[in-house]
Write a protein that binds this ligand. Structure first.
Ligand code: FES
Length: 163
């Protein structure tokens, strides 16, 4: 191998390494921007933070409590047929509150807060009723707007939506 050829090969290796580093750097920047974009994009694709189609009116008999997982809320259909959407988040320290069918109430597993079907505090350290979301009905379908939650001091029928 001639000296000149060795020199050219060395330059090629050096260029190759530079290009490899450049490529790796660009890939890292691209992945970082992609991940950042995913985190900061507005949530309006029908998941939590947007409008959730919960189901048809017939799917929620009066007196039922239904967890709508993708919206992180319970849809409580009251005995008069109206709807109340309760955020699953405990108003004490934010744990997810399950509905306990055999207790007929929400029972937070973290510190024992209890809430009734209307989301009102029935016991434990929770400082206020469960927050609620606005419900609206269109052409027999029940929708819940999870973009904005509402705090309250007590249940009031104005928090419900008539079918
Ligand atoms: S977070 Fe629910 S009782 Fe504390």
């Amino acid at each position: 191998m001639t000296k000149e050829k060795k020199k050219k090969e060395k330059i090629d290796r050096s260029q190759f390494l530079s290009l490899a580093w450049l490529g790796a750097g660009l890939a890292l920047i691209g992945e970082t921007l992609g991940a950042l974009g995913w985190f900061i994009q507005p949530i309006n694709d029908g998941g939590f933070g947007g409008i959730i189609k919960a189901g048809t009116l017939e799917e929620f008999p009066p007196g039922s409590i239904t967890l709508v997982k993708e919206g992180r809320f319970f849809l409580s259909r009251l005995d008069d047929g109206s709807f109340l959407a309760l955020w699953q988040r405990c108003t004490h320290l934010g744990c997810s509150v399950p509905w306990e069918e055999d207790e007929d109430q929400f029972h937070c597993p973290c510190h024992g807060s209890l809430f009734d079907k209307l989301g009102e505090v029935a016991g434990g350290p929770a400082p206020r009723p469960m927050d609620y979301f606005r419900v609206f009905i269109q052409e027999g379908e029940v929708f819940v707007d999870t973009e904005e939650s509402f705090e309250r001091k007590a249940f009031d029928p104005s928090q419900t939506t008539q079918a």
